[in-house]
Design a protein around this ligand. Structure first.
Ligand SMILES: [Cu+2]
Length: 213
């Protein structure tokens, strides 16, 4: 067994004194992040976010409705949103909001949008038995799809790719009625989905597809 000499042990136990070199440099920048949603559960992807003030940048919300501007010098900023097709600002909300960045801190700015209701076509898909009816739907951008539980038993509407552009969040239902609605804004996307109790994969059983052209 090795023994630490008494003098060394004492030295190790005593904090360095003398004043220099004891402090670590703290963060000098902060960030502004946030999320754009519609209602309580729908993330809004593809919203354009603009930053001005201490820096000028642009970004777009991801599949989770999130955006993030990092490495910002402390100070005041203005953050604005441009809703994607099919959405508009909620009445009373403002397009441009102010944020103050503090070093080492994340400021948060959120928007909750409304769906554009003027002229948007609505397509209904019925959940009945072990089928989505119709199962294969082709729509144009801006169309709203509404899933309705007909038989009142447990189903889900589970997208194959939860990070796909413009995708909806997995939904569950066990009662009759409207399960949810989702407006498809992004063109050129094909969304495959299934009902978990009635399909083990995305190709057989209770499955569906939405094609946005
Ligand atoms: Cu089902």
């Amino acid at each position: 067994m090795r023994r630490i000499p008494l003098l060394a042990a004492l030295t190790l136990g005593v904090p360095a004194c003398g004043g220099d070199g004891g402090t670590q440099p703290g963060p000098t920048t902060g960030s502004i992040s946030g999320r754009v949603t519609e209602g309580t559960s729908n993330n809004v992807a593809g919203a354009q976010i603009g930053l001005s003030g201490g820096a000028t940048r642009t970004g777009t919300t991801d599949a989770g409705g999130a955006f993030n501007f990092a490495d910002l010098a402390p100070g005041g900023y203005s953050v604005s949103v441009t809703p994607p097709q099919g959405f508009r600002l909620r009445s009373g909300d403002t397009q441009s909001k102010q944020a103050t960045v503090t070093a080492g801190q994340a400021a948060t700015i959120n928007w909750d949008l409304d769906r554009e209701t003027s002229g948007g076509e609505v397509v209904e898909i019925r959940l009945t038995g072990t089928s989505f009816d119709p199962a294969d739907v082709t729509i144009t951008p801006g169309t709203t799809v509404r899933w309705v539980n007909i038989d009142g038993i447990a189903h889900t509407v589970t997208p194959e790719n939860a990070s796909q552009t413009g995708v909806w969040q997995r939904q569950t239902t066990n009662t009759q009625g409207v399960v949810f609605s989702h407006t498809f804004a992004a063109a050129g996307q094909t969304y495959r989905y299934r009902c978990e109790p009635h399909s083990a994969n995305f190709t057989t059983g209770m499955v569906g597809v939405i094609r946005v052209q």
